[in-house]
Design a protein around this ligand. Structure first.
Ligand code: SF4
Length: 277
């Protein structure tokens, strides 16, 4: 092999390595740079290795990548937010003063494609400890409403709160705290696209719906948030203090079940249907 052939084979090897790299990046086609040359688009899959003895035409100048390789940032910004990306956005949040007393951020849990999203006001002691929503006594009652009442698994719905960090002494979140945090629950709802939202108590009902009306008046009446039907009802912690109100919540939940086409158990469809929750 003479020097010219050797040099040519080196060029061929370089071009082939470049094409393999472009293919690894997902580039499907490239364009030769000279506008006067009527050559077809070069496919990276075509091997440029040639038998050493053959006479060949020298390859064209280094190819120009036709399709820009998108950076991860571009790809991410072009997609709608997911629950994972929203959690990443929250990070180790210090956007409001509630971060000072929290043990864990309580993001929310459940089916990312749930038909129902339950929205409470904020984590309590147990939730703060475990980093999960509605796991204390009120949480057990909510679980009973879902599993014994609606006859669906808790994991099939999505449960979250208006604020992600526990307010001290379980007080209601203050307006500045809600303002700092509410964007995240709105993004969660956007990502999940539920068929129905159930707001539990005054805080989520008033803040999500932008109303000052109390839950006693609002509960049991269909509302709307961004085109999604909303059913306000009492918070389970209120039911623990006022168990006589369980029947009202069950009436509200039956409306949700009806809206979603979930059959109400026969023995619960009558007036005493509140026993299961
Ligand atoms: S409550 Fe929300 S905004 Fe405030 S620190 Fe926690 S995650 Fe951040």
């Amino acid at each position: 092999m003479n020097d010219l052939q050797k040099e040519f084979l080196d060029i061929v090897a370089d071009v082939r390595a470049h094409l393999e790299y472009q293919r690894a990046l997902g580039v499907k086609s490239i364009e030769l740079p000279s506008p006067g040359v009527q050559k077809p688009i070069v496919q990276p899959a075509v091997s440029l290795s040639l038998p050493e003895e053959k006479t060949v035409v020298a390859p064209a100048a280094p190819p120009v990548v036709k399709e820009a390789v998108k950076s991860p940032a571009t790809v991410q910004s072009g997609k709608p937010a997911t629950l994972e990306s929203i959690r990443e956005e929250i990070g180790d949040c210090t956007r409001c003063k509630l971060h000072k007393g929290r043990t864990n951020i309580v993001f929310g849990e459940g089916d990312p494609q749930a038909a129902i999203v339950f929205v409470g006001e904020g984590p309590g002691f147990e939730e703060d400890q475990q980093g999960r929503p509605f796991v204390g006594a009120a949480g057990q009652l909510l679980t009973d409403i879902i599993e014994k009442g609606m006859k669906i698994k808790r994991a099939e719905v999505y449960i979250c709160n208006i604020v992600k960090c526990r307010p001290p002494n379980n007080r209601n979140p203050e307006p500045d705290e809600v303002e700092a945090c509410i964007g995240f629950v709105k993004k969660q709802i956007q990502a999940i696209k539920p068929k129905v939202i159930v707001t539990l108590g005054n805080v989520p009902t008033q803040n999500l719906l932008g109303t000052k009306q109390g839950i006693t008046k609002m509960r049991g009446t269909w509302q709307e948030y961004e085109g999604i039907p909303v059913m306000p009802t009492f918070h389970p912690s209120y039911l623990l203090r006022s168990p006589g109100e369980k029947g009202k919540v069950w009436e509200d939940i039956k409306k949700v079940m009806g809206r979603l086409g979930i059959a109400v158990p026969a023995k619960e469809s009558g007036k005493e249907g509140h026993r299961s929750c």
